[in-house]
Design a protein around this ligand. Sequence first.
Ligand code: NAD
Ligand code: MLT
Length: 527
Amino acid sequence: MDKIIISDKLSEEGIKILKDAGFTVDCKYNLSAEELKKIIANYRGIVIRSQTHLTRQIIESAHNLKVIGRAGVGLDNVDIEAATKKGIIVMNAPGGNTISTCEQTFALMLAAARNIPAAYRSLKDRKWERSKFKGVELYSKILGVIGFGRIGKEVSKRALSFGMQILVYDPFISGDIAERAGVKLVDLKQLLKQADFVTVHTPLTEETKNLISDKALALMKPKAVIINCARGGVVDEDALYRALKEKKIGQAALDVFSKEPPLDSKLLELDNVVVTPHLGASTEEAQVNVAIEIAHCVKDALLGKAIRNAANYVQIEPEVYKVIGPYFDLCEKMGKFIFQLIEGRVKNIKVSFLGEISSYKVDVLTAAFVKGFLSDMLEEQNVNYINALEIAKERGVKVEQIKIQEEEEYVNSVRVKVATDKKEQVLEGTLFANKEARFVKMNDIYIEVAPSQHMLVINNQDKPGVIGFLGTVLGAHKINIAGMSLGRSAPKKVALTILNLDSPLSEEAVKEIQTNSNIVSLKGVKL
Ligand code: NAD
Ligand code: MLT
């Protein structure tokens, strides 16, 4: 049975799910990058939290790894691009710690507003400094929420009940969503200028790195409080230090840091900073939630049952799967088939979806075609649905997906054009009764071929006797013909003959068929 390594502490409930499913689970915490790199090839799955950094170097050594499961939201500790290239699914458990992180945001906001950490320390030092710790109410203040996803929304809900007004900056949500949630969508500048409290809830990406910079901090009110329970790098810590030291803003409340633990951070020296050691998701409930969620995701992916919460794979809803699911095999077979027929260097591939199927998200079917197309060419590289498009791109093959709503001869069909530096090859396929794969057109010629393991594709002069000749030669070589499809663009021109064979074509049979001057070309295809 597959082996899974858990490299950051995970709740027992999650470990049990994996063990009960029959996996061998090794819990090895606090490994160095070198140690993990050495052993990762032994595992099919790895479950991490935020401590393990799955770098490109580690992932490149993960020769048998199929799934990376992150018990939590942030995937900034995983090189997703490297994983995608290697065909490894990267999954997270996004919902389980939303409430905990939202409540931590509130805890920090209130702690800053009421000077709780400083007041606590003062009283513990046997001082009674009531006037020193006069705070502010949250009521009627403006809260700026940057990032209106799961956590941002929960924070906003609670802030509304505190009587706060909420401004939101999130370029990926619509005004409608904001309106329904009772918040106002504004641009970042407006938010920073008007808010009394600013809370960040975006992932750490190229765009959000140092989003709160010197320039952004300069726009904020002199008493404003900034809260960060998202990721350290979203707030530029040097800029924040300057703004707090020079009292350009009031306070900061931080749960996350660009380098963790931040033991040498200058921010820890300041009095107007409230800090916690990345505790957003550290509640009993959240840890159990994320452990259970990720264990189910990893288990189902490794057992080939379902792929959920994947960052590098399109999720397919069960209703959508019902419609597009049967096309996976067709598309992959079309890819394998056409690859064996092309000549020259591939320049581009156009995959068109015609009819009703075009109204679905069919990117995975395009990936299935490309997987089939590349898998013989790159046998050693383990091409799969995750990395197929990436590998094509890397090799300079342009893959274009086209959707055509109008059906042509069939209710649904998939048409593929592969252009090489020599010529173009076109193949169209469909499903009969929504389950039987058929190739129905090749270049301009109508056919009706059920793809099978061994096939023979022949271009021949459309003259009497050719089919009889083929039957005789194959019979003499003890190769049984299981099916046959004939097609031609016009009488007496070059015709297309595709045979399904019960056994592979031998070299001798090929040589003998080629002796007939009516045979223009022939190619054995194996699916
Ligand atoms: P989410 O994906 O539901 O929401 C993120 C939101 O950020 C989305 O709405 C997105 O549109 C928005 N966004 C993306 N780029 C943006 C940009 N440039 N400007 C403004 N908005 C942008 O994620 P979530 O579950 O709400 O979590 C948010 C972040 O919190 C996570 O990425 C994770 O890093 C962090 N987190 C921290 C802890 C903790 O322990 N402190 C716990 C959980 C999550
Ligand atoms: C997350 O992204 O889910 C959090 O940072 C929580 C964590 O894993 O510690």
